[in-house]
Design a protein around this ligand. Structure first.
Ligand code: GAF
Length: 388
């Protein structure tokens, strides 16, 4: 199993960081989501938390008014840019950076030249939101460096906008919210309409959260994500013919959708049905967690996966394989794909005594089925982004 919470630098990287003399060092985490997938952009409910895997940012001002550089220590690659000439056409990772600096400027804050080193132990494309960690970490780091007086919620919102306007993924708010607002040993219960949230203590011993990374990331993820969002919007538009008060799928009762099933294109009906049911599952899961009823919680996780697989159609054969495989073991109470889909991780609610044995079994079976190495790590709820 990969080690948790260990950022190990090579001697060369340590020397690079030492010579850099950062003014601000900030830890920006990825996230898991226990349940509530594709509900955030439907104004619904989610249950994420930051985890102990993150990107560390080392930042300092330079003497220039507009020249900046951001170096990824993982890739030994540097992006140099001019704040006054935003480049919106570069490689994807550079567009997150342009997005953040431009969205900060749009909020009337002024930046000047800075240099940044970043180092990550957050696997990319694994559905644990390395993108939000990148956006929110840079935004929070610049906030500290230039004393911009952005609130945590402004950091969340501008980071989400950076992704919409400069990367092109029309994401909801869950990932950025979790990356910034989380608290160690807690999960967030977030209402994505009002942005009201509760930090709920999370102690599931003797169970644990295990992530199994399929190590596949199918290229459909961005395009299909935006398609799902617009399919939900089409569903809302149709429903407004009978229920003008409905603003988002979160406002729709199951019986309202059922009453008009025949008016719907079957695909749009399935998308709406999934979202409405998933919102109900999140609310039931919150109650189950309150009474420490992990068996019910686990069943809801399986229900979530089935909906994502059959009605929302954002799973893939590797994720389905791992979810089905988990059903063979009583020590696993629940499992589902996590995040946007089309690859990435499953999240497993598993008895901690079975973790190591299960990883070995799953690795073997997964390799036999797909010829791909599975990676595994426990997810520990951690604090949101902070200066270290
Ligand atoms: C991605 C998005 F960024 C989130 O906003 C959310 O919609 C998630 O997919 C699916 O629940 O991580």
């Amino acid at each position: 199993m990969q080690n948790n919470n260990i950022i190990s630098h090579s001697p060369e990287q340590l020397a690079q960081i030492g010579n850099f003399k950062a003014e601000v060092t900030l830890n920006s985490p990825g996230r898991v989501n226990l349940i509530g997938e594709h509900t955030d952009y439907n104004n619904g409910f989610v249950m994420p938390t930051a985890i102990d895997k993150s990107i560390i940012f080392y930042l300092k001002k330079n003497k220039s008014q507009t020249q900046c550089s951001v170096t990824s220590l993982n890739f030994q690659s540097t992006y140099e840019f001019d704040l006054s000439k935003p480049d919106e056409t570069g490689e994807e990772w550079t567009r997150y950076i342009t997005g953040v600096t431009e969205e900060i400027k749009k909020r009337g804050r002024s930046l000047s030249g800075f240099d940044c080193l970043m180092f990550s132990n957050l696997p990319m494309g694994a559905g644990i939101s390395s993108s939000a960690a990148l956006e929110c970490g840079l935004a929070a780091g610049l906030n500290e460096l230039f004393d911009l007086k952005l609130t945590p919620l402004e950091i969340v919102e501008l980071s989400q906008k950076a992704e919409h306007n400069y990367v092109g993924t029309m994401c909801g708010i869950m990932d950025q919210f979790a990356s910034v607002m989380s608290k160690e040993n807690h999960v967030i219960q977030l209402d994505c309409e009002s942005l009201d949230y509760k930090l709920v203590p999370f102690n599931i011993e003797p169970y644990a959260l295990l992530l199994l990374n399929t190590n596949v990331s199918h290229s459909l993820s961005t395009s299909e994500y935006n398609v799902r969002r617009s399919e939900c919007e089409q569903g809302v538009k149709l429903l407004q013919n009978w229920y003008p008060e409905v603003k988002a799928l979160r406002d729709v009762k199951p019986e309202q959708l059922e009453a008009h099933k025949n008016d719907f294109d079957p695909v749009i009906y399935n998308r709406c049905s999934y979202v409405i049911e998933e919102n109900q599952r999140v609310n039931e899961a919150a109650k189950a967690l309150e009474r420490n009823d992990l068996e019910t919680f686990g069943k809801l996780m399986y229900g979530s996966h089935e909906g994502l697989q059959h009605k929302y159609e954002v799973s893939c054969k590797e994720l389905d394989f791992l979810t089905d495989f988990s059903r063979n073991y009583d020590a696993i109470l629940g499992c589902r794909m996590m995040g946007g889909g089309f690859g990435g991780c499953t999240i497993n609610l598993i008895h901690q005594d079975f973790v190591e044995a299960y990883i070995a079994l799953a690795k073997k079976a997964y390799y036999e089925a797909f010829n791909i190495n599975l990676t595994a790590f426990k997810a520990m709820p951690a604090d949101g982004g902070k200066v270290i």
